[in-house]
Design a protein around this ligand. Sequence first.
Ligand SMILES: Cc1cc2nc3c(=O)[nH]c(=O)nc-3n(C[C@H](O)[C@H](O)[C@H](O)COP(=O)(O)O)c2cc1C
Length: 147
Amino acid sequence: MEQLQIQAVYLSFATRAFKMHAATNIEQIIQEAQTHNSQNDITGQLIYHGGVFIQLLEGEKSKVQRLLGAIACDRSRHENLTVLFHQPMQERVFSDWSMAYQELDNHSLDIVNSIVPWQKIIRASEEGETVTPDKIFMVFKGLRERL
Ligand SMILES: Cc1cc2nc3c(=O)[nH]c(=O)nc-3n(C[C@H](O)[C@H](O)[C@H](O)COP(=O)(O)O)c2cc1C
């Protein structure tokens, strides 16, 4: 039987150690991610801004869950990971990317803020403020145009 495909989005906060060498550390994550994800048919995008990560993972449910587990245990690099949502996948947003990466510049941040304020997404992880999956997808789709 075909496995259920899902999309999951989480938010987390880079550790102090990570932030001290953010550019090098991110490069390393993306290299690891591209190798592992392409072997497991996982796609998605990692966003980094001001010490905050938001990542979309797309793929077979068991594989996405296993990866989320590994990422959540990666405590030297980030902390306070909150899964914002996971749901069955209609279609991949990043079918061509084993892991796309964007650090938000001012223009990208404007795109995000025009859909849902960046700070509101952060509050959704900390204080249970509601940001619908639809809005989060719009953010990822909006940023995909800039890849
Ligand atoms: C913000 C963040 C995003 C990550 N994204 C991925 C990813 O998409 N794919 C991946 O294989 N590893 C990713 N990693 C690295 C994993 O946490 C972990 O180091 C890697 O999967 C190896 O895990 P393992 O030693 O349990 O096999 C990420 C780490 C961080 C901090």
